[in-house]
Design a protein around this ligand. Sequence first.
Ligand SMILES: Cc1cc2nc3c(=O)[nH]c(=O)nc-3n(C[C@H](O)[C@H](O)[C@H](O)COP(=O)(O)O)c2cc1C
Length: 333
Amino acid sequence: MTKKLVAYFSVGGVTKNVAEQVAKQVGANLYEIRPMNPYSKRDLDYLDPMSRSTMEAANPNSRPALADRDARVEDYDVVYVGFPIWWGLAPKLINSFLEAYDFRGKTVVPFATSSGSGIGDVSKYIAPSAPGATVTEGQLLNGETVKIADLAEKTFYDFSVKDGEGKDVPMANFKGKVVIVVNTATRCGFTPHYKPLEEMYAKYHDDGLEILDIPCNQFGAQAPGTDAEIHEFCVLNYKTEFPQMKKSDVNGENELPLYTFLKSKKGFEGFPKGQFSDGMDKMLSKADPDYAKKTDIKWNFTKFVINRDGEVVKRFEPTANMADVEKFVKELL
Ligand SMILES: Cc1cc2nc3c(=O)[nH]c(=O)nc-3n(C[C@H](O)[C@H](O)[C@H](O)COP(=O)(O)O)c2cc1C
């Protein structure tokens, strides 16, 4: 079950009231984000260019100190973060809160109250304070009774990635299809997987198979080329016809939100017995003895399979036999 927290900051009580309603609605625990130094009436005078709130709003680096660090964010999957709109944005205390905890792999759902302003691009401004988290669009919840759209319940079709030319490719384009998402590299021992992948694409594309090729240079720096070079390599050597996306990260601070989602749905369950599995295990344990406990992508050519209903149904590690991949996919078509 998804564990949810509603964390809110409120000075006048309006956001507090809304946060309580949201927590009830989504079945979440409630947590108050408190500043070390409470805001006085004078601090909040937004007509005074020298007031504390005005000064904080004007300084992108201001991070007011928190009174506590006991939100236990690590216990939750989704954190709804509520605040009053100050100067059209979130108070900087919200950045302090997000930066005080590790939000990687979590979903952050911002909501706010205001005396009239919209919530604008608030999530874009706070997202850098929660690296590795999926920050949904913010929602303005003004009014007596509120209802939050449960954006935390994201599906595969809510994500998009960029193609080699930087254009958005929404996963919603693949509704009703069987999709393989694979992180690739051009100089890897597994690079020959391009051949069976292209064969599968040729055989089953008309029946509804899509393959999404996401080059990634994070494993042994084995995808060093530019997007154009990588594409040329694949077309020349493997005559690939399935769509190739922009080279991207699949682990860490800059990972694609699509990968945060995929990994949250299917973690690492070990390498299947096979030719390269022992070698992979040795190499990865050497770098990180705890590697198997983490959901991170382990190497190039990890394949996620999404069924026609948008469910992430399988994660094939790079060492998996391609004949098994084909068999699995064929059954879904
Ligand atoms: C310093 C400050 C700046 C504010 N800036 C805005 C604003 O830009 N737009 C707006 O609609 N309301 C603004 N407000 C009003 C609050 O967003 C609104 O009253 C909110 O519901 C207060 O929530 P609270 O009672 O939980 O603190 C501001 C309030 C303060 C104190």
